[in-house]
Ligand binder design. Structure first.
Ligand SMILES: [Fe+2]
Length: 451
């Protein structure tokens, strides 16, 4: 090449660097992807005839007039009306929706559970979903539910969508595959996935048994939190969110589609797989995120920020600054603050806090909050470090200290959370949790300078 006579010749990359095979990077991007060449119309959404004889169809995740609208155009073998027939109600007795206030259950209290054990029963994503708490009202699209899933069997010719909710999935054990209309997400512990409202999928077990947590968000979609003075970097970076590339199957077998709609479950029989979207473009899609890419920001001289500093995703409510749900991550990090009580302080909160442990040990509770376990500190109920954590943090020599081998999270909602009968009576509730603060003694005797 003669550089002098061809000064504008550019060298073009052939492969995107660092992207994961099968996924497209970015949060809320307007993606486009096709599983067959030429399946995606260019320059328009609704041509008179789509390539390959596909049907064009829009999936709207927001009102048409929302700003910005979230929608995806799908080009599929059959339109969705062919994947929906007459419905009959079915019962999934362990999957509850708000409002679900059991008169025989006391939700007022501080609660903690060990990991819910697996049983010999074969359970799918649907039958293995066990609701722990509900908050708000699914019919008015506010609030949430928290669930534990115990999954040992793949869904076969069985599909599901929730019209009620966006599902935030937090695996703790095992590996799952979410085969969705818009592509495949493989998920393992230390990752999370978001499955949007209305998206059809089946869940397969890649490595079982699988256990994890789900936050079912009845309200506005999760988004990245405002960063304020933190600026453009750290916390969850948009490039680390991954949406799947298009994937489809052309399989004509009797199949069931189960639909969660206004807290009730219905099933419909169809003659083929509904996972038949050959190409799509838009900004309403499932995605996953690796929690190990979360860059925590914290105190670097003294004191302790609010836990909101660790927000990964937030689902807004109608009230600015007050989330329907915050998803907050407590992961490995350095503690360096001087002359500071470093664990989370004692407090009461108008928001209600449901925590889960993915692995390791949580700094405010060295004992008892185990991987797979959960805790609930409900609206305006006091909580904080147990006696051991208090003593240790009050007397530690404060050098730089790495909190290692720890990953817990919180589903924090503005609404009080109500325990299900399963959470109160069947799940392994720790009856003595409230006693973890009993041995905190009065130290005050009026002597100045005493610590
Ligand atoms: Fe708290």
């Amino acid at each position: 090449m003669n550089r002098q006579t061809d000064p504008h010749k550019l060298t073009q990359a052939s492969t995107p660097v660092g992207t994961h095979a099968g996924y497209m990077p970015g949060f809320g991007n307007d993606f486009e992807t096709e599983a067959l060449p030429g399946a995606l119309p260019q320059g328009m959404n609704s041509p008179q005839r789509c390539n390959y004889g596909l049907y064009g169809e829009q999936l709207s995740g927001t009102a048409f007039t929302a700003n910005p609208p979230e929608r995806t155009w799908c080009y599929r073998i059959r339109p969705s009306v062919k994947h929906s027939h007459r419905y009959e109600k079915i019962d999934l007795p362990y999957w509850k929706s708000a409002p679900c206030v059991d008169p025989d259950v006391i939700s007022l209290g501080q609660y903690r559970w060990d990991a819910v054990p697996h049983s010999d029963e074969g359970l799918t994503w649907l039958t293995g979903m066990h609701t722990m708490t509900t908050a708000g009202d699914v019919n008015t699209q506010v609030g949430m539910a928290s669930h534990i899933y115990l999954v040992t069997e793949s869904m076969v010719d069985d599909y599901f969508f929730s019209a009620d909710s966006e599902m935030l999935v937090v695996p703790q054990e095992g590996r799952l595959r979410f085969a969705t209309e818009l592509g495949i997400i493989d998920l393992e512990p230390k990752e999370i996935a978001i499955i949007p409202r209305g998206l059809v999928y089946r869940v397969e077990v890649l490595e079982g048994p699988a256990r994890g947590f789900v936050c079912e968000n009845y309200g506005q979609k999760f988004e990245l939190p405002g960063r304020g003075p933190i600026g453009a970097n750290c916390m969850a970076n948009p490039r680390d969110f991954k949406a799947p590339v298009a994937a489809f199957e052309d399989r004509e077998v009797p199949s069931n589609v189960t639909v969660k709609w206004c807290g009730q479950f219905h099933t419909t029989k169809i003659d083929q797989s509904p996972l038949d979207v050959v190409a799509w473009h838009g900004n309403y899609a499932p995605y996953k995120y690796d929690l190990r890419t979360y860059c925590p920001v914290g105190a670097i001289l003294f004191d302790h920020p609010d836990p909101s500093i660790f927000t990964v995703l937030t689902a807004p409510s109608g009230q600015p600054g007050t989330a329907n749900i915050d998803f907050v991550l407590f992961r490995e990090r350095w503690m360096v603050a001087e002359d500071t009580f470093r664990p989370p302080w004692y407090h009461k909160n108008i928001m209600s806090e449901l925590m889960g442990n993915i692995y390791g040990q949580y700094d405010a509770k060295p004992q008892g909050f185990v991987p797979g376990g959960m805790s609930l500190h409900n609206m305006m109920l006091p909580h904080g470090p147990d006696r051991e954590a208090f003593d240790k943090a009050s007397n530690a020599n404060l050098g730089p200290d790495k909190l290692d081998n720890t990953m817990s999270f919180m589903f924090e909602t503005r609404f009080p959370q109500h325990l299900t009968a399963f959470a109160a009576n069947e799940a392994p509730l720790q009856d003595d949790y409230i006693d973890c603060w009993t041995s905190l003694e009065k130290k005050f005797d009026g002597t100045p300078g005493k610590k």
